[in-house]
Design a protein around this ligand. Structure first.
Ligand SMILES: Cc1cc2nc3c(=O)[nH]c(=O)nc-3n(C[C@H](O)[C@H](O)[C@H](O)COP(=O)(O)OP(=O)(O)OC[C@H]3O[C@@H](n4cnc5c(N)ncnc54)[C@H](O)[C@@H]3O)c2cc1C
Ligand code: FES
Length: 311
């Protein structure tokens, strides 16, 4: 039998970790992508042949192991399907990337890297790269409560300082990531850049927290994407009154110039169809399972807009 040639086209899940009932990590074997990946970039995933294409940010990449890491929040049909089906040894049908303009690293001397809820994962490669470039890095990570926290040790290892914020005060300071930013800025008058990733409402609040001081602030935008190559126009965002395509011009943009109202209105546009797709899928799953005793309360899905900090 001839040798099996590894052409990198099998996107095997080599490890999985569940951080909470709705958040899970998938590490996927893709040596070529691991070599090419840069902080701030994303991929387009197709879980199966007839699956939707969804964009996910590279939360990590390991060139030596030849893997890339995605952290996913189950918010609708596709991310819930993946939560159910993507286990170690399974394969993704398609994985395209790395896409998007890599984050600008190297010019800032003191950086605050802010991640809210799920945004904690994609901010990690940026925090690590800023530190590697010689910058002093202050991490600010926010969750609703201690039980939803993940990667605290990773951040402690790569940041000079870490401020943990929880809505309920169960870990770190009680408050939002914007409180964490204010703490950092009170102690460090010489911060020259803030980078924030999380739900749009959180990123807008971060932009408003830094605007009065005129500190350069960068956010990673998450409009609906289809092709991820600048062809479909689905990911139009308004930056300083001008139209940009987040997939090829971003996803990083100057937070003080982003039209967040437009972003949020566009994200809500397909809400009815998305809810219907998730309900149809749930119904199909229920019909395929043997009958269960009635649950007390169905698990509420996270709303990517209402949450200030996600999780
Ligand atoms: C550049 C970028 C990076 C992202 N990184 C991550 C990540 O690392 N982890 C993560 O969990 N999520 C990430 N997202 C969001 C993720 O793509 C959506 O949660 C996912 O597509 C939802 O699909 P669904 O079928 O499960 O849910 P649906 O019910 O279809 O949608 C739920 C919500 O997700 C958003 N969404 C739906 N389809 C898309 C789409 N094609 N493109 C973008 N947003 C969509 C909409 O706001 C929608 O209201 C990212 C989005 C972008 C644009
Ligand atoms: S996703 Fe189609 S243009 Fe950006």
């Amino acid at each position: 039998m001839g040798a099996v040639v590894d052409d990198g086209s099998r996107f095997e899940v080599v490890s999985r970790e569940d951080f909470s009932e709705v958040t899970y990590l998938l590490e996927i074997r893709h040596p070529m992508m691991a070599r090419a990946a840069r902080p701030g970039q994303f991929v387009i995933v197709m879980a199966h042949a007839r699956g939707e294409r969804i964009p996910l940010t590279l939360a990590d990449f390991d060139r030596a192991k030849g893997t890339v890491t995605l952290v996913v929040q189950a918010v609708g049909k596709t991310t819930r399907q993946m939560q159910q089906h993507c286990h170690v040894g399974t394969e993704l049908y398609g994985l395209v990337g790395p896409l998007g303009v890599p984050s600008a690293i190297g010019s800032a001397k003191k950086v605050v890297c802010v991640g809210g809820g799920l945004g904690v994962a994609p901010i990690f490669p940026q925090a690590r790269a800023h530190r590697a470039s010689g910058a002093y890095v202050i991490g600010v990570v926010g969750f609703r409560s201690r039980s939803l926290m993940f990667w605290e040790e990773r951040f402690r290892a790569c940041c000079n300082e870490l401020i943990v914020c929880t809505d309920d005060g169960s870990a770190g300071i009680k408050g939002f990531v914007t409180d964490g930013i204010r703490h950092a800025l009170e102690r460090h008058a010489d911060v020259d850049e803030v980078v924030a990733i999380g739900p749009p409402v959180m990123m807008r609040a971060c932009a408003e927290a830094t605007r009065p001081r005129g500190i350069k602030t960068v956010v990673s935008l998450n409009p609906v994407m289809v092709d991820g190559t600048g062809m479909c126009g689905g990911c139009r965002v308004k930056i300083g009154g001008e139209v940009r395509f987040a997939c090829v011009d971003g996803p990083d943009f100057d937070a003080h110039r982003v039209d967040f109202d437009d972003l949020m209105a566009r994200l809500r546009r397909h809400a009815v169809a998305e809810r219907a797709a998730a309900e149809r899928w749930s119904e199909t799953c229920r019909m395929q399972r043997p009958p269960e005793p009635p649950a007390e309360e169905p698990l509420p899905l996270p709303d990517p807009f209402e949450e200030v900090r996600g999780g």
